[in-house]
Design a protein around this ligand. Structure first.
Ligand code: SF4
Ligand code: SF4
Length: 295
């Protein structure tokens, strides 16, 4: 009898404890539900739509840390439409449609041009660089190579590219335009600032693939294919200008035409080249280019 009474006692206290737990659970569930309703952050459904329309590669070309940030940013400021280089005009159009706006005419897609054409054999080296194999590290040393403007070839830009669109070929950073999305990461990574994003209005663009501002004589001593600032190109075409011993292409003026071809053919060092998906190989420099008279 004693045992039976103990079992009845135990069961009745277990029931009571169970009921208390159930009641507490219900109260906590109600509190959580109220807190969720009070504290929840409303997400504008257009942010979700814009985010879905983006390439979602988080490359940062738009200036935001990732696609999610850009989706919110462009909703607050529609002037940012068109900042997604990898998405290009197609994504800009989708965002404009989500925001009920007219997509403004955007110019040609931006693509990088490396303003150097010197491969390892074209350059003068004073000593073998044996430091950390990084352009940023090598750039901090005065004598990594004679030219302090040209490509160092350690591939900081290659490592920055998420699209396998850059490779170091014979010591020179080389863009694969069939893979490039125009995300701009390479141009930000180059410590020598020689990768420029330019409006690529044609299948191939003509460029002066050099950044040296040394006088012609010094450039010739440092590099077989550098610009010596002789000005022959600028005499053929007004798309070229000379400043600081260096010829530059005005990309907004570039068009495939006889004048530009003539400028390229007159160049004694072969530094005027085509870049693009179907660019022909660069011309070889003439044997004895005339050095610039500027000094
Ligand atoms: S080469 Fe790569 S890093 Fe440079 S713009 Fe193209 S995709 Fe971006
Ligand atoms: S382009 Fe700039 S980052 Fe790329 S390998 Fe040359 S120096 Fe380095």
């Amino acid at each position: 009898m004693m045992i039976l009474a103990n079992i009845v006692d135990l069961l009745s206290s277990a029931w009571m404890a169970g009921l208390i737990m159930l009641g507490l659970g219900f109260v906590f569930a109600v509190v959580l539900l109220i807190a969720h309703e009070k504290l929840k952050v409303e997400v504008d459904p257009r942010v979700v739509q814009i985010h879905a329309a983006l390439p979602n590669i988080d490359c940062g070309a738009c200036g935001f840390p990732g696609c999610g940030g850009y989706a919110k940013g462009v909703l607050e400021n529609p002037e940012l439409i068109g900042r997604c280089s990898p998405g290009g005009a197609a994504v800009a159009g989708k965002i404009a449609a989500i925001l009920n706006l007219q997509a403004s005419e955007s110019g040609p897609a931006q693509r990088p041009i490396v303003h150097c054409r010197a491969h390892t054999a074209d350059r003068t080296y004073y000593a073998e660089y044996q430091g950390i194999p990084s352009c940023t590290a090598a750039n901090a040393l005065a004598n990594a190579q004679a030219c302090k403007f040209g490509c160092l070839g350690f591939g900081d830009c290659v490592r920055a590219c998420k699209f396998d669109a850059l490779h170091i070929i014979d010591g020179l950073s080389t863009v694969d335009y069939s893979k490039c999305t125009g995300c701009t990461a390479c141009s930000k990574a180059c410590p020598r600032n020689l990768i420029e994003m330019v409006p690529f209005g044609h299948e191939n663009m003509m460029t002066v693939a050099c950044s040296s501002k040394e006088n012609g004589k010094t450039t010739r001593a440092m590099c077989q294919v550098g610009c010596i600032g002789c000005g022959l190109c600028a005499k053929q075409s007004d798309a070229f200008t000379i400043a600081d011993n260096l010829a530059r292409m005005d990309y907004s003026k570039y068009a495939p035409c006889g004048e530009n071809e003539a400028a390229m053919n007159k160049c004694p060092t072969g530094v005027i080249v085509y870049r693009g998906k179907t660019a022909p190989p660069p011309r070889e420099p003439k044997a004895k280019p005339a050095a610039s008279t500027t000094s």
